[in-house]
Design a protein around this ligand. Structure first.
Ligand SMILES: [Cu+2]
Length: 122
């Protein structure tokens, strides 16, 4: 019983160190890539280019979507660690700074999965 309690304490201490190290690493990585930006086209009815695409960016990158078509579209996270959604609009831009590494699936709720692309944040 004593041994188990000690083990639990050690494990908790180890986890705390791991969490602190991970947080520090994330802050450093974000600071290192601050200022990066990436443009993504919002067309009728596609992102980037007709037929779909995968876009890869570093953590901390500001991604800006530029509406370039005539129809109304939005930018919505369908799968990913952070959920966000733009307004539905026909022109203008929408920006997000992406800090969590993952592969996001982003789509337009009006046109469904056919209007989607993958955004890899590394
Ligand atoms: Cu759309």
């Amino acid at each position: 019983m004593v041994a188990i309690t000690k083990l639990k304490r050690l494990t908790l201490a180890g986890l705390s160190v791991l969490v602190m190290a991970t947080t520090a690493g994330g802050l450093l990585a974000s600071a290192a890539s601050a200022g990066s930006s990436k443009s993504v086209r919002v067309g009728d009815n596609y992102f980037v280019r007709p037929g779909g695409a995968t876009v890869s960016v570093r953590r901390g990158t500001i991604v800006t979507w530029h509406w370039a078509g005539l129809a109304a579209h939005n930018v919505t996270v369908r799968r990913g660690p952070v959920r966000f959604r733009s307004k539905t609009q026909t022109r203008g831009t929408y920006s997000r700074r992406l800090t969590k590494a993952s592969v996001y699936t982003i789509y337009c709720t009006i046109h469904g999965p056919a209007m989607s692309f993958k955004l890899r944040v590394r």
